[in-house]
Design a protein around this ligand. Structure first.
Ligand code: IPM
Ligand code: MG
Length: 364
């Protein structure tokens, strides 16, 4: 089979971790006879530096015309000034918004090999395995009004948590579809005791649930959910929530997996269904980690696992995706660790070596 892929390595450790994911993709291609046509582009701080914008039109078009996009990381402290006119993150948001990538899947899994590597009690997190379905193109990130202005009594600013019923319905459907293939339990996370947008969210979730009699729907307030994630994570299976809540909860949940460097994500333009390839963008949940850049120490696993999600959702290569995921587990079982997941008596490796070890298993 033949696929086209846009690769946006981005900032900080992005290029290093992207290289390892591509190394493994090429290994998959070789072993199973697929060809991946790769095209590279700039996004984020490097794009501002070299092209004067966080995402050029040409790069946007290249992404739009590919079967999938692999994006490693954006963000550069040089552009952190809150008064700056352009931010590296603008490129990422343009891609999410204008490519219609409304469904962001973030699987969270506790690896047995990393059980003792987290800050949490092993007996509490052992066996936890759940997935966030985060709305990605609405709410505070995108809705208008969104601005800062001056008044006679000082400066003011606003962002809007606005949702239409259509926006809520399509993301809740993604949640139900995924729940149907797992433990048949969907938790809709909101703040319906306070927020109007959450009250609509809850009503729509209840309405959509009529189409999914086989799935049990539970509502959970976002603050309670933040607590539940570390109190009893095995209780959770599929969680559907709005953009900002999902952003915050997924960083929290990454601690169950031992490190931000372990969490993958898929941003899809449609409802995932068996046998249907969906356009998507794949990125690790972690950021650009500028202080770790250029030292060959960053953990490439989140990007490699994101690439596995790409094989699954955009290319329909289920067996290949599983092989990559098992290779990651095996390498962890054998005791290899990057600095962020290092533990006593384990073997410390760099970015490239971790990639080589995983590629070695994937190569068969
Ligand atoms: C994420 C990141 C992004 C977000 C940033 C980099 C804009 O934190 O993917 O979770 O806030 O969505
Ligand atoms: Mg985030």
């Amino acid at each position: 089979m033949q696929f086209s892929l846009a690769v946006l390595p981005g900032d900080g450790v992005g290029p290093e971790v992207a290289d390892e994911a591509i190394k493994i993709l090429k290994t998959v291609g070789k072993r199973f006879g697929h060809s991946f046509n790769l095209q590279y582009g700039l996004v984020g701080g490097v794009a501002i530096d070299q092209e004067g914008t966080a995402l050029s039109e040409d790069t946007f078009k290249m992404c739009k015309h590919s079967d999938a996009v692999l994006l490693a990381a954006v963000g550069d402290p040089k552009y952190d000034d809150p008064q700056a006119k352009i931010h590296p993150e603008d490129g990422l948001l343009r891609l999410r918004g204008d490519l219609g990538l409304f469904a962001n899947l973030r699987p969270v899994k506790v690896y047995p090999a990393l059980l003792d590597n987290t800050n949490l009690k092993p007996e509490v997190i052992d066996g936890a395995d759940f997935i966030f379905v985060r709305e990605l193109t609405g709410g505070l990130y995108f809705a208008r009004p969104k601005r800062q202005w001056r008044t006679s009594r000082g400066r003011r600013a606003t962002d809007s948590m606005t949702y239409s019923e259509q926006e809520i319905e399509r993301i809740v459907r993604v949640g139900f579809e995924i729940a149907r293939r797992r433990r048949k339990k969907l938790i809709s996370v909101d703040k319906a005791n306070i927020l109007q947008s959450s009250r609509l969210w809850r009503q729509v979730a209840i309405e959509v649930s009529q189409d999914y009699a086989d799935v049990e729907l539970e509502h959970m307030l976002v603050d309670a959910c933040a607590m539940r994630i570390i109190q009893n994570p095995r209780y959770l299976d599929v969680l559907v929530t709005e953009n900002t809540f999902g952003d915050i909860l997924s960083d929290e949940a990454s601690m169950l997996a031992g490190s931000m460097g372990m969490l993958a994500s898929a941003s899809l333009a449609g409802v995932p269904q068996e046998g249907v390839n969906i356009f998507g963008m794949y990125e690790p949940v972690h950021g650009s980690a500028p202080r770790r850049a250029g030292q060959d120490i960053a953990n490439p696993i989140a990007t490699i696992l994101s690439m596995a999600l790409m094989l699954r959702y955009s290319f329909g290569l289920i067996k290949e995706a599983q092989i990559v995921e098992s290779a990651v587990e095996e390498v962890l079982e054998e005791g290899y660790r990057t600095y962020d997941i290092m533990g006593e008596g384990k073997i410390k490796v760099g970015t490239k070596q971790m990639g080589d070890l995983i590629a070695g298993k994937v190569g068969g």
